[in-house]
Write a protein of this length. Structure first.
Length: 251
């Protein structure tokens, strides 16, 4: 059975595409889908573009047209948790669309995407991979050591990235604001923030298939995030791709 792998930008997709033996290609809705084998596993690679709508479109096509049995996102993100650093890796125990909810008092009060508290209320908040998948992922990563970061990315000297599990926030904005980073971490407890994962979780739930979001931190989502993203995206995206390849046997 085939695993669908989604990336948003070329820097993320390139590391996986280089290692994939392509057997066919298809162009649907302006998106390129490459079917092939990655480390002996049947996959479909897709560069979905940035943002939740693009991610949902790509995930839907992978699930419906290609019959993928699982969806995986590999890419970079901004760090929210102040204990994390550029290059560290976050695996989503939950993805949450932080910009979905009720706009009141000049701010968004996050609620489950597709629901409104006074119209179709729900106790669910975010999307979680199946518990058995996360258990297999944890076991597979036991003893796994990511490749050390360069001195430039690691803040002056080479450092082995940390791997953590936690909440990944999704919204249709690139976060370049220290005050908002602090607020989102305080209010929602996210370890990382990006623009696609929560939408992929929503589609995966609709199709009743598992999903996994893997993110390497390219920046710390503060005032310098746009600069750091450009400097480190290529290197840290490679770290996310390596973990995807390591985890394929248990997905």
């Amino acid at each position: 059975m085939t695993i669908g792998i989604i990336c948003a930008i070329p820097q993320e997709l390139g590391h996986l595409a280089q290692a994939t033996t392509a057997t066919s290609e298809a162009l649907l809705a302006g998106l390129a889908f490459v079917s092939g084998r990655l480390d002996g596993h049947e996959v479909v690679l897709a560069g979905g573009g940035v943002g939740k709508v693009n991610a949902a479109l790509t995930a839907t096509l992978l699930a419906d047209r290609f019959g993928c049995r699982a969806l995986v996102f590999s890419g970079v993100a901004g760090g929210l948790d102040p204990s994390l650093h550029v290059g560290d890796l976050v695996i989503g125990e939950r993805t949450l669309q932080h910009d979905a909810g009720v706009l009141q008092g000049e701010r968004v009060h996050t609620y489950q995407a597709g629901h409104v508290p006074f119209f179709n209320p729900t106790d669910q908040l975010g999307y979680r991979p199946p518990a058995d998948l996360l258990a297999r992922v944890r076991d597979r990563l036991d003893g796994f050591a990511p490749e050390p970061l360069s001195a430039a990315a690691a803040g002056g000297r080479a450092r082995t990235p940390a791997v953590t599990f936690g909440t990944i926030l999704t919204g249709d904005q690139f976060l370049n604001c220290e005050a908002t980073r602090v607020r989102l971490f305080r209010d929602l407890g996210g370890q990382a923030i990006e623009m696609e994962g929560g939408a992929i979780g929503q589609v995966a739930e609709a199709f009743a298939i598992p999903h996994l979001v893997i993110r390497a931190l390219s920046d710390l989502a503060g005032a310098d995030s746009a600069v750091d993203f450009g400097r480190f995206v290529e290197e840290v995206a490679a770290g996310s791709a390596r973990i995807v390849r390591h985890l394929l046997p248990v997905i």
